[in-house]
Design a protein around this ligand. Structure first.
Ligand code: FAD
Length: 385
């Protein structure tokens, strides 16, 4: 577990790394919808993406407080962790539920960067938020599973060696509960591409390397099943708190970037003979965004501290994601407004970060579903869906 001084050192090191990838680097990639390979390589070589992998498997085992600090710092320095953040949290499914042989086979290579585990195939066109309605099937045939179906929004799959795939091994109607009969597999994309896996990129409003993935009689060795057949939905839920906390930390980083950018601009831009930041109409939205982001940061810290102690943190992790995504979006909107017309100019990076941070209202979990979680599981209101 990381000490306060470790965290300060980590923040410093990540900020120094990010300084090598300035706005121009991201703008060029954004224009071309290119993947930030050099940036991801630098984070991997620095050991940052292996922060949650235990030392016995070659990671630093520093824990989620350190992981959150890394991702927050990436965003705060104008970079974009969406290109690689998933490796941090989806690895947890393998760590918690994989067999000793699977962990020994994959985790050291993921930690060293030899193997990339960046893709998480959950969402389907016909299922959306209702994960139990997925229709991709994995049918057992001897020592293999044969996978057929389709995923959508599978991000980074073109830049990953492994994909964590969720598929039905028992049809929803035949399972005792709708949450049962779903299994998790590690798909080795190096072998699967062109042999049962077809990938089609989806162009989105921001640079996100997301795709549609089609499975046509994909052959997956049974030894790549994670944990027990049929219990995959539970395994994925086990990883949700870490995912929520890490995305929330990114949102706090984004909010802090927008606030710093707006504050600087408001001090320097002179209109009507005075800096625009002297007007309360400009100051107050910045101050309001600041207060919202600091409150969200406290919730992220609280959720991460509970998680690190192994205590229940579903409520805090969900609230952290909700508050932080709202704070980053509020700060993004404020930052555009503070910049006036220049907020829309590519070279200021504001419009790019604005587009990027908008995603977190929808993915990996939408704000509505977090509110539904709080209403049902924390406040005891009737389930609404
Ligand atoms: C850029 C991008 C990258 C992504 N990357 C990945 C990835 O790597 N892997 C992956 O598996 N998925 C990924 N996703 C998918 C993402 O997790 C889903 O888009 C998200 O969970 C919402 O699902 P949906 O888009 O199907 O929306 P839907 O489920 O169709 O919902 C549409 C809207 O209705 C609302 N809604 C639905 N049901 C309810 C309800 N009961 N109460 C209130 N509101 C409701 C939702 O909140 C949402 O606003 C990505 C998405 C995007 C856009």
């Amino acid at each position: 577990m990381a000490t306060a001084s470790d965290i300060a050192d980590i923040r410093h090191a990540v900020a120094a790394l990010c300084a090598r990838f300035p706005g121009e680097y991201w703008r060029t990639l954004d224009r071309e919808r290119g993947y930030p390979t050099e940036f991801v390589r630098a984070l991997t070589e620095g050991g940052f993406l292996a922060c949650l992998i235990p030392e016995e498997y070659g990671g630093s085992g520093l824990g989620i407080v350190a992981a959150a600090a890394i991702l927050e710092e990436v965003q705060k320095n104008g970079c974009n962790g969406a290109a690689c953040h998933a490796q941090m949290y989806i690895m947890g499914t393998l760590l918690r539920h994989g067999s000793p042989a699977q962990k020994a086979q994959w985790l050291p290579k993921i930690a060293s960067g030899e193997i990339r585990l960046q893709a998480f195939g959950v969402t389907e066109p016909g299922a959306g938020t209702d994960t139990t309605a997925i229709r991709t099937v994995a049918e057992r045939r001897g020592d293999r599973y044969i996978v057929n179906g389709q995923k959508v929004w599978t991000s980074r799959v073109e830049h990953s060696d492994l994909m964590l795939l969720l598929a039905r091994t028992t049809p929803r109607g035949a399972a005792a509960k709708r949450t049962e009969g779903i299994s998790v597999f590690l798909v080795d994309l190096r072998q699967a591409r062109g042999r049962g896996v077809t990938i089609r990129p989806i162009r989105t409003m921001m640079n996100h390397a997301t795709t549609e993935v089609f499975f046509d009689n994909l052959d997956v060795p049974a030894e790549n099943l994670i944990g027990e057949e049929g219990r995959g939905f539970r395994y994925i839920l086990d990883g949700m708190n870490a995912e929520r906390i890490l995305i929330a930390a990114e949102c706090v980083g984004d909010a802090r970037w927008f606030i710093a950018k707006a504050t600087d601009y408001a001090k320097g831009r002179v209109v009507f003979g005075r800096p625009i930041g002297q007007n309360q109409g400009i100051q107050f939205p910045i101050a309001r965004a600041y207060a919202a982001s600091e409150a969200a940061a406290l919730m992220v810290e609280r959720a991460a501290a509970l998680y690190e102690k192994g205590e229940a943190c579903g409520k805090e992790a969900n609230m952290a994601k909700l508050l932080a995504a709202d704070a980053s979006w509020q700060a993004a909107d404020m930052c555009i407004q503070t910049h006036g017309g220049f907020g829309f100019a590519e070279e200021y990076d504001v419009e790019r970060k604005f587009r990027e941070t908008r995603l977190y209202q929808v993915a990996p979990i939408s704000t509505n579903l977090i509110l539904a979680y709080l209403a049902e599981h924390v406040l005891g209101l009737p389930r609404s869906y």
